[in-house]
Design a protein around this ligand. Structure first.
Ligand SMILES: Cc1ncc(COP(=O)(O)O)c(C=O)c1O
Ligand SMILES: [Zn+2]
Length: 440
């Protein structure tokens, strides 16, 4: 394992949250201690994704009282250090980020016939996608372990977040990316100094290659799809929403979402969002748990298809039954970031979504392109296709009965439109050029 350089040693120290007790396999339920060195369950293998387990009684006492959400690395996502597995002792540009805007979008709500729409705009993060939340935790955890080389497979955004934040931290990164990833995303990786390995295949194939290389070089795995600590970083998008809507967890929320719409690829973001809302409620910080609805592109929709194939009882399935219910699918969609045929966190995502009373829907590429235009023109937020998929799922979620017109709906915008402008451009007509003024 490559050890920290002098540069990286300038990163502030990082400790473990005393409330973080260990891990539990989503299939067999086997528990592991918090110093467990592997990423997946030794019995269930690669599908045996682990969930991070906390002592909630201890967490409740740490989250009560003045100063509970003003810890050392404070600001942005580390405000919630008491609900996270790792805890930096001070702020650093490589891991202090977050506090993204939560807009009300009345013009968009009116247009769609929805009482109230909230937009959580994670395009404002340093690499312009929500993935920075996971990368921030990866950098902090790598610092704790003393590892200076991080790696991942990515459809583009997780890679960009790793490249940006390792550049800030003075660490090294190697990234396995499908050769077909949009040029803007590849530019981000190369310019921030990552070693890029384009894989002539799908994201799923890039993922498998990355696991083999990570294990042989003993790099830190920033693959959120199987590193459970990173999913906790993504949880902070929900915690920020809860914090903002309850005026710092201090009281009654005058606006509270009935439903949260989330784009789904590997299922990490949605697992994290549902977990975050459940934990805030369990700790008595927020009024209710919204129904969490996952939105997939129709051309890559294993979760939505499996969900629709079952009449009832989604919440009753065991890990093994969920595993057997979700068949891998081929992928064909313009939404490259959610073009995933085997969602690695599918069991966790299914179970956590079912517990909120939500579900999964699929939307066509045309609907996604329309949603990009609506978000841009009626709320001033520019999303890449996957970033707009949550909003695109609104009408499908209404058809499924998970959203009523009188509900308050929140949607996450997870990636910036400038990462893949060609998709947005396909929904508009470019005006014809006019001649300039004649020269005198
Ligand atoms: C912009 C964007 N939205 C949504 C997702 C889906 O996240 P997850 O793979 O955690 O389901 C991704 C993942 O790459 C993404 O980049
Ligand atoms: Zn297991």
């Amino acid at each position: 394992m490559s050890r920290m350089t002098n540069v990286a040693n300038n990163l502030p120290e990082v400790g473990l949250n005393p409330s973080f007790t260990g891990f539990q396999c989503v299939i067999c339920g086997q528990e592991q201690a918090r110093n467990f060195a592997d990423n997946v369950c030794p019995t269930c293998g690669v599908d045996g994704i682990l969930d991070v387990v906390y002592d909630y009684d201890r967490m409740r006492s740490e989250c009560s009282g003045a100063g509970a959400f003003a810890s050392a690395g404070a600001g942005g996502l580390w405000r919630f250090a008491n609900m996270m597995p790792v805890q930096p002792t001070a702020a650093h540009t490589a891991w202090t980020l977050g506090d993204t805007p939560l807009h009300e979008a009345p013009r968009l709500a009116d247009h769609l016939g929805q009482k109230q729409l909230l937009i959580k705009d994670d395009t404002c993060l340093p690499s312009a996608s929500l993935k920075d939340r996971a990368a921030a935790v990866a950098i902090a955890h790598a610092r704790l372990l003393g590892v200076d080389h991080l790696a991942c497979a990515s459809t583009g955004n997780a890679a960009a977040s790793l490249a940006v934040l390792t550049a800030r931290a003075g660490l090294r990164s190697t990234i396995f990316v499908p050769a077909k990833a949009p040029a803007a995303k590849l530019a981000q990786l190369l310019l921030h100094g990552a070693t890029v390995v384009p894989v002539d295949g799908t994201y799923d194939q890039a993922f498998d290659l990355s696991l083999a290389e990570i294990s042989s070089h003993q790099w830190y795995s920033r693959n959120c799809a199987h590193n459970p600590l990173l999913v906790e970083g993504k949880k902070t998008v929900a915690l920020e929403m809860g914090f903002a809507l309850t005026r710092g967890f201090r009281g009654h929320a005058s606006i509270w979402p009935d439903v949260v719409l989330v784009p789904v690829g590997d299922g990490c973001i949605i697992s994290a969002v549902a977990k975050g809302f459940a934990e805030m409620h369990q700790l008595g910080l927020t009024p209710a748990v919204p129904r969490v609805v996952g939105v997939q592109a129709a051309g890559a929709s294993p979760l939505a298809q499996a969900w629709a194939g079952l009449d009832a009882g989604h919440e009753k399935l065991s890990g093994k039954e969920i595993q057997a219910t979700i068949a891998p699918t081929a992928c064909q969609t313009i939404a490259d970031s959610i073009s995933v045929g085997i969602p690695r966190n599918r069991i966790k995502a299914w179970r956590r979504v079912a517990a909120t009373g939500g579900g999964f829907v699929a939307v066509s590429d045309e609907t996604i392109i329309e949603a990009i235009g609506l978000l841009a023109a009626r709320s001033g937020v520019f999303a890449e296709p996957s970033g707009a998929a949550g909003l695109a799922g609104l009408l499908a979620a209404r058809d499924a009965g998970w959203v009523r017109a009188g509900d308050t709906v929140a949607t996450l915008v997870t990636g910036h439109g400038l990462k893949d402008p060609s998709a947005g451009l396909s929904g508009v007509d470019l005006p014809t050029a006019v001649p300039p003024l004649p020269t005198s």
